[in-house]
Design a protein around this ligand. Structure first.
Ligand SMILES: Cc1cc2nc3c(=O)[nH]c(=O)nc-3n(C[C@H](O)[C@H](O)[C@H](O)COP(=O)(O)OP(=O)(O)OC[C@H]3O[C@@H](n4cnc5c(N)ncnc54)[C@H](O)[C@@H]3O)c2cc1C
Length: 353
C-alpha cells in the first residue's frame, strides 16, 4: 500500500460514530468489517484498508491504499457521515500528510475539453475529451465523477478543497450536477480519454453527451474503483449500457486463457468484438430494450453452482439486487468472488453518485 493517512476525530461518543460508519459502509457498499482484538474494526478491499478505533479523545481512523485519488472520495464520505452527528467535528477533521491545498481545486480534478462526440449505436454516445495532463487518469482505477453546472445556462464554479480534506461543493445557483462514469480508454500520449454514455430521457449527463459541441468543457474528479479481474476461469460478466466501458476495462486485465461469458446490452448489428479487447470469453448480446427484463434469466442459464468462478454485474438497481442475491445464494459466491453494483436506479436521479 503506497499511500496512507490518519486522523482522530474529536467526538464524545466514538463507539457510536464507529458504528454509524460501519453501518453506512456495509449498507452502501455491501462490505463487512472485521473485528480486531483491540476493539478496532477494519476492512480491506481492492488494495485499500480502512481502520476505525475508539481512542481516548475521539475516533481514530487510518486509510491506506494504492491510489491517492480515492482518498479524496473517502475523506468526503467520512466528513459527510460525521456531519450528520457533529457538524463542527466534521469541519475540524485534519488528516496527516494532507497533500491537497485548502481553497484550491481538488488534486484529482481536471477540466476536460470535448474533442468529439460520436454515436457508437443508437443510445450510446462516445465522448472523447482532452487535457494537456491526464497522467493521474492512467490507473487501474477507472471511474470518475463527471460534472457540469446543474443549471446549463450558468458558467461552471468548480469544487475547492476544504481543510478537512474533503471538497467543498458550490451550492445554490452554482450547484453542480455530478455523476459517475467510466473511463473506457485513457491515451496519455494523445492527452485523450474516452467515456461511453448510455443516453436516456431526462438526464443532464445524457443530454450533455448528445448535445455538447467540440470545445465545451466538463469537470472530472477521480479515478476511483479498480477494474482488475482477479479470476480467470468460468467468469460471468454482465452489464447494461452504463457498464459497457467497465466490462471492456475488466477484459483488458483478463489473462489470455480466461474463460466464461459476457452478456451486454447492445444491438445485434453492433460490432461488439471490435469494441472489446481480444478475448476468449463468449460474448452474448441482448437488445438494450429487453435487457432489464431478460438479464436475470440469461444469467441463470449461463452460470452454475460450483462452476462459476467469478460473477460481475453493473446496471440498474433492481437487476443488481436480484443478481447479487443469485450470485451469493444460488452460486454460493462471496464478497471476493462476486460484485453486483447499481450504476443507476430507475426513477431516482443520481443514484450512486
Ligand atoms: C461506478 C459507476 C460507473 C458508471 N459508468 C457509467 C458510464 O461509463 N456510462 C454511463 O452512461 N453511465 C455510467 N454510470 C451510470 C450513470 O452515473 C447514471 O446513469 C447517471 O444517472 C447518469 O446521469 P444523468 O445526469 O444522465 O441522469 P440523472 O440525473 O442521474 O437521472 C435522471 C433520470 O434518468 C434515469 N436514468 C439514469 N440513468 C439511466 C439509464 N442509463 N437508462 C435509463 N434511465 C436512466 C434516472 O433513473 C432518473 O430518473 C456509472 C455509474 C456508476 C456508479
Amino acid at each position: 500500500m503506497k499511500f496512507e493517512t490518519e486522523t482522530e476525530i474529536p467526538v464524545s461518543d466514538p463507539v457510536r460514530l464507529m458504528s454509524v460508519f460501519m453501518t453506512h459502509i456495509e449498507e452502501e457498499h455491501d462490505l463487512r468489517f472485521d473485528q480486531e482484538k483491540d476493539g478496532a474494526r477494519s476492512l480491506e478491499q481492492d488494495g485499500f484498508l480502512i481502520r476505525f478505533k475508539p481512542a481516548p479523545q475521539g475516533l481514530y481512523i487510518r486509510i491506506a491504499g494504492p491510489s491517492e485519488s480515492a482518498f479524496v472520495f473517502f475523506k468526503e464520505e467520512i466528513s459527510e457521515i460525521v456531519k450528520e452527528i457533529d457538524r463542527t467535528a466534521a469541519v475540524n477533521i485534519r488528516w496527516s500528510k494532507e497533500l491537497s491545498e485548502t481553497g484550491k481545486l481538488p488534486p484529482n480534478f481536471k477540466v476536460l475539453t470535448l474533442k468529439e462526440s460520436v454515436c457508437l449505436f443508437e443510445g450510446m454516445q462516445r465522448l472523447t475529451l482532452t487535457h494537456e495532463d491526464i497522467r493521474h487518469f492512467v490507473s487501474e482505477d477507472v471511474h470518475v465523477r463527471m460534472m457540469m453546472p446543474a443549471d446549463p445556462r450558468r458558467s461552471a464554479v468548480w469544487p475547492r478543497m476544504g481543510a478537512n480534506g474533503a471538497p467543498v461543493w458550490p451550492r445554490g445557483e452554482d450547484k453542480l450536477h455530478a455523476r459517475f462514469v467510466t473511463l473506457r480508454s485513457v491515451r496519455e500520449a494523445e492527452c485523450e480519454v474516452d467515456v461511453d454514455i448510455a443516453c436516456h430521457d431526462g438526464g443532464l449527463v445524457s443530454d450533455w453527451a448528445l448535445q455538447a459541441k467540440p470545445g465545451q468543457t466538463v469537470g472530472m474528479m477521480g479515478p476511483i474503483g479498480s477494474a482488475r479481474l482477479k479470476f480467470s476461469q468460468n467468469l460471468f460478466l454482465a452489464a447494461d449500457g452504463t457498464g459497457l466501458g467497465m466490462i471492456a476495462r475488466l477484459l483488458e486485465t483478463a489473462p489470455d486463457e480466461a474463460t466464461g461469458n459476457v452478456v451486454v446490452a447492445v444491438p445485434a448489428d453492433f460490432d461488439v468484438t471490435a469494441y472489446f479487447p481480444k478475448t476468449r470469453l463468449n460474448i452474448i448480446t441482448v437488445d438494450p430494450e429487453k435487457f432489464e427484463q431478460e438479464v436475470f434469466d440469461v444469467a441463470v442459464d449461463l452460470t452454475a453452482p460450483g462452476k462459476t468462478g467469478y460473477a460481475f454485474f453493473a446496471g440498474e438497481f433492481q437487476n443488481a439486487q436480484e443478481l447479487r442475491k443469485m450470485f451469493k445464494g444460488r452460486l454460493g459466491l462471496d464478497k471476493n468472488t462476486q460484485l453486483s453494483t447499481a450504476y443507476w436506479r430507475r426513477g431516482v436521479p443520481g443514484h450512486g453518485s
